[in-house]
Write a protein that binds this ligand. Structure first.
Ligand code: PRP
Length: 173
């Protein structure tokens, strides 16, 4: 595994995202919706840098099918518990890949009539997009490569690593 982003780089990016959110939502309430599991660490760091009156909730979407990472089929297996009607919702996501997960989650949350709904993603693999979805706040744009750490797993491992690593094929330098 090769280190891609250090703790310092992540912290700097998270603070920058928090500052943009504070600027856009000055004096407003926010409900952060953490998309489990990969976003738990990012969410916990992000929310402590945003001074707005906030609530935090969690949603779990699981993808099934074959081919792409989410295969185009996304089921929500744990919904939110807070009332988000008329609220500013920010979905917090570790990585946007094909975009299927976020598209589905955004559609579902929109049914509750929030005032605004935005996406804050730490990593964005734009080139892999299969559906039209954009991050409103993005930490790092990246090309291909399988990343782990800072909440992101490979077969449920490595979520606890404080840095972000890219996994290399066996035999690669
Ligand atoms: C990963 C990642 C995103 C999603 C991105 O989650 O955390 O939520 O895939 O892929 P997409 O843009 O192609 O839909 P995963 O389903 O692996 O669950 P996890 O967060 O629990 O690890």
């Amino acid at each position: 595994m090769k280190k891609l982003f250090s703790r310092e780089e992540i912290e700097k990016a998270v603070k920058k995202l928090a500052a943009s959110i504070e600027r856009d939502f000055e004096g407003e309430r926010i409900v952060f919706v953490c998309l489990l599991k990969g976003s738990f660490m990012f969410t916990s760091d992000l929310v402590r840098h945003v001074k707005n009156p906030s609530r935090v909730d969690f949603i779990r979407a699981s993808s099934y099918g074959s081919g792409t990472r989410s295969g185009g089929k996304v089921a929500v297996t744990k919904g939110i518990e807070e009332n988000i009607e008329g609220e500013n919702v920010i979905i917090v996501e570790d990585i946007i890949d094909s975009g299927h997960t976020l598209k589905r989650v955004k559609e579902i949350l929109s049914l509750s009539n929030p005032k605004t709904i935005k996406i804050c993603a730490l990593l964005d693999k734009k080139a892999r997009r299969e559906v039209e979805i954009e991050g409103d706040y993005v930490g790092f744009a990246m090309t291909d490569g399988f990343v782990v750490g800072y909440g992101i797993d490979y077969a449920e491992q490595y979520r606890n690593l404080p840095e972000i690593y890219v996994m290399e094929e066996e035999g690669e330098a």
